[in-house]
Design a protein around this ligand. Structure first.
Ligand code: APR
Length: 251
């Protein structure tokens, strides 16, 4: 049975790479983007999530982010976030390598306790000075737009907008982990936005056992050795069930 095989591989893997998307934070009350009730159904990304939109109307973009930030500040990590913290601890305790790469900007993985973490698209709770580039946490509450504590210039959300480069070194770290992985786990992403969407394919090409957790099929599904058609909480719960005896164990 494929689930048993996936459980066994996760129990033995020395190099585990995980990619998460908005779906893992949905149970925490944070909207996804492309679901039926996702943000892009209500808001045009070209009006809110591009450098051009910000240049056109920084106040409008900041007010939209302030609205999202308020939701994020009310959210707490859910059992799926915590399951990935447990998985990291298990892999590291047996001397393995673990990297969690998230597209999410909500900071919930860090809040849950994930350590080997790459926030590929930045973090919505931080701002970046438009003049000196200084990054700083946004006060709670804050009146948009925030101003740089170092040079007093206006600051922008410290997130990656469409058409922008990823944070320095983030892609190299993510690509390295997925290309070397024994097991790659892709949870809660529509796998439509590059370059993050390529990580599953990079892992597969490198010989990894590829597991997907998503209630819907995605472009990655045909490649996955196991695609669990379920939510992150249920899917990670099944994959990482504590009491699942290792089928490869003797006796
Ligand atoms: N558990 C797991 N997956 C879920 C759940 C759930 N409970 N609910 C929904 N999903 C899945 C949906 O089926 C969908 O495939 O989560 C995915 C969310 O897809 P998107 O909304 O496209 O989010 P994501 O893949 O993270 O988007 C990538 O696009 O807009 C940009 O920068 C933004 O980081 C974002 C990127």
């Amino acid at each position: 049975m494929e689930l048993r095989e996936a459980q066994s591989r996760l129990k033995k893997a020395q190099r585990v790479a995980v990619l998460t998307g908005a779906g893992i934070s949905k149970p925490s009350g944070i909207p996804t983007f492309r679901d039926a009730e996702g943000l892009w159904q209500e808001f045009n990304p070209l009006d809110y999530a591009t450098p051009e939109a910000y240049a056109r109307n920084p106040q409008k973009v900041w007010e939209w982010y302030a609205w999202r930030i308020a939701k994020v500040r009310e959210a707490r990590p859910n059992p799926a976030h915590l399951a990935l913290v447990r998985l990291e601890e298990q892999v590291l305790s047996r001397g393995g390598d673990f990297l969690l790469v998230t597209q999410n900007v909500d900071g919930l993985h860090a809040l849950a306790g994930s350590r080997n973490l790459v926030e590929l698209h930045g973090n919505i709770l931080r701002a970046r000075c438009e003049a000196c580039g200084h990054r700083f946490p946004l006060p709670d509450p804050f009146i948009p737009p925030p101003f740089c504590p170092l040079c007093s210039h206006r600051a922008r959300p410290d997130v990656v907008w469409f058409g922008e480069f990823l944070p320095e070194g983030a892609w190299e770290r993510a690509q390295g982990a997925f290309s070397q992985a024994d097991v790659a786990l892709v949870v809660g992403t529509s796998a439509e936005v590059e370059p993050a969407a390529s990580l599953g394919r990079i892992a597969y090409a490198g010989g990894a056992y590829l597991i997907e957790v998503n209630p819907e099929p995605t472009p990655l599904t045909p490649l996955a050795h196991l695609s669990l058609r379920m939510g992150a909480v249920e899917g990670l719960g099944a994959l990482l069930a504590q009491d699942s005896p290792d089928p490869s164990a003797s006796g």
